[in-house]
Design a protein around this ligand. Structure first.
Ligand code: FES
Length: 97
């Protein structure tokens, strides 16, 4: 029987709140730790959907400030850019000098 902790925090890797809280209780207190143990944040979106939620859960359970949790392992998602967009920008000022 499912309860209120059996919902997905990381939908890409199907990792539930219960699983994340269990690894935090076992002593894994960084985003990278939780990622390595559960694979949360390693799915198709690379943590865009779940990364900050996982950080907040770690912060709430450990009492660490959210900023501290985010500094130790959360890499902001990078979006791809078409090379054509860079070409249209032209050379930077540094290249003109
Ligand atoms: S929702 Fe976690 S990696 Fe996409």
């Amino acid at each position: 029987m499912a309860n209120d902790k059996d919902f997905f925090i990381c939908r890409c890797e199907e990792v539930t709140l219960r699983e994340i809280e269990e690894v935090i209780d076992e002593g894994y207190h960084t985003i990278d730790d939780v990622k390595r143990i559960t694979r949360a944040g390693m799915g198709l979106c690379q943590g865009r959907s779940c990364g900050k939620v996982i950080a907040r859960i770690i912060s709430q359970k450990t009492g660490k400030p959210l900023e501290e949790v985010l500094q130790t392992g959360y890499r902001f998602p990078v979006r791809t850019e078409k090379l054509k967009a860079l070409e249209e920008e032209g050379p930077s000022d540094a290249e003109n000098n």
